[in-house]
Design a binder for this molecule. Structure first.
Ligand code: URA
Length: 434
């Protein structure tokens, strides 16, 4: 088999066989095919697309290019949740203890964020002492004993994806549904879950900006999961304005804790309740969505979820007292109010611009080697649909680098649109794909 023939076949709009896909993924992972040939193939795939079957073959080959984790020593059905990412997305920090408190095992491998705000691991590391490093024995023992562990994705998972993603990034071939779906799903499948819940974000701050693209991506990923015998559900949720009020690592940890205390923002609570209920159904801990929802709500009101968070933090070396004393988390030296320069109803808050503004303050990475300021970020006071008078506070910026303030503030203010007519906030949940 020659990679030249595989490139030509895709260039000529023909379907690739499983053997051809396995061949180029395997040979590329071990360095036997040069980047320039895979770049040409990726562009041919980008232009001529892959069908459902090719996409499943690609995912399987990418999954098998690295370690495939075996979680069979953990009791119960392991359900993984994946979010395609967005601004203020602190969901795992609240959802993982919530679901674990209801009896479903949570064995989660998470990533770090590039751009905007940090990823789940960055947020968890805002908790003093918290470690995301653990060997597979401790990971499995923790889930069996406490029903919860979150660790970093090892470098040995989906080796082909790392190389291909870096190549896609520089060859304008990132935004192809098959390539995105295979890239996300190969890592989820290699992480060993039995069932997968996908939170596909849509809107300004999301990877997928339109509803049609978001549904298409969700469908492609659900097809892959089901094609590989994992029960998979996709939810399409809003990321047009930031999720909740807090954007920034330490600030998002506080918001997640407040949510487990019953004081969460409306949109974030609804998201956690909905995702949590589906996870309990997938884990076969609840017989249907409504039973799952009752369990999730009870875990909050009884304090069980908050207690599970303490256990989770302590088990991973963190200081569980942060749950009751937020001053133990990284604190910014300056908190500056940002005021509205206009009166009216907030009609839009561009999530991406808010994310970039928080990144300028230090909450996110511009390049992958940037060091985060875990205390930096933004706490919104107003969301879409709220009325503001000129001079009212829109948000507070938390920062240490004063020299970054003006640049961050300008981007932040420009993210807001204010209109005379009241605008209803967008729906949070647009649909479910099964
Ligand atoms: N996230 C991934 O892991 N891969 C993609 O291709 C896009 C988003």
């Amino acid at each position: 088999m020659r990679v030249y023939d595989i490139i030509r076949k895709k260039r000529d709009q023909q379907k690739l066989s499983k053997a051809e896909i396995d061949f180029f993924v395997e040979k590329y992972s071990i360095g036997e095919i040069p980047d320039y040939q895979v770049a040409a193939l990726l562009m041919a795939i980008y232009i001529n697309k892959m069908d459902k079957e090719e996409t499943v073959y690609l995912t399987e080959a990418m999954m098998n290019s690295g370690e495939v984790i075996d979680l069979s020593d953990i009791d119960g059905i392991k359900v993984d949740k994946h979010s395609t990412g967005g601004v203020g997305d602190k969901t795992t920090i609240a959802l993982a203890p919530l679901v674990a408190a209801c009896g479903a095992p949570v064995a989660k491998m998470s990533g770090r964020g590039l751009g905007h705000t940090g990823g789940t691991l960055d947020k968890l590391e805002a908790i003093p002492g918290f470690s995301i490093e653990m060997d597979s024995k401790k990971f499995i023992d923790s889930v069996n004993e406490h029903k919860i562990a979150v660790c970093g994705q090892t470098a040995s998972i989906a080796v082909a994806d790392k190389k291909m993603y870096a190549l896609r990034d520089v060859t304008a071939t990132v935004d192809n549904i098959s390539l995105i779906a295979a890239s996300i799903m190969c890592k989820k499948l290699a992480s060993g879950a039995n069932a997968i819940l996908l939170d596909v974000k849509t809107g300004d701050g999301a990877f997928m900006k339109t509803l049609d693209d978001s549904f298409e991506l969700a469908k492609a990923m659900v097809d892959i999961g089901c094609g590989m015998d994992r029960e998979t559900i996709g939810m399409i949720t809003d990321m047009d304005e930031p999720l909740g009020f807090a954007v920034g690592n330490s600030l998002e940890v506080i918001e997640a804790i407040e949510t487990l205390k019953g004081n969460g923002p409306k949109d974030f609570v609804l998201l956690c309740e909905t995702l949590g209920s589906y996870m309990l159904v997938l884990a076969k801990v609840a017989k249907d969505f409504d039973e799952g929802l009752n369990m999730i709500r009870e875990a909050i009101t009884s304090g069980k979820a908050l207690e599970k968070l303490r256990v989770f933090i302590e088990n991973q070396g963190g200081d569980k007292n942060v749950v009751d004393d937020y001053t133990l988390l990284p604190q910014a030296s300056k908190i500056i109010p940002i005021k509205s320069n206009k009166s009216g109803y907030i009609s839009k808050i561009e999530a991406e611009e808010v994310g970039i503004s928080a990144m300028i303050l230090g909450a996110g990475r511009e390049t992958k080697d940037d060091i985060l300021d875990l205390s930096a970020g933004i706490v919104l006071e107003k969301k879409v649909g709220d009325y503001v008078n000129e001079g009212d506070i829109l948000a507070y910026m938390h920062l240490n680098k004063e020299e970054k303030f003006e640049q961050a503030k300008e981007r932040f203010i420009n993210a807001y649109s204010i209109a005379e007519e009241k605008i209803e906030p967008k729906k949070l949940i647009y649909g479910v794909v099964t």
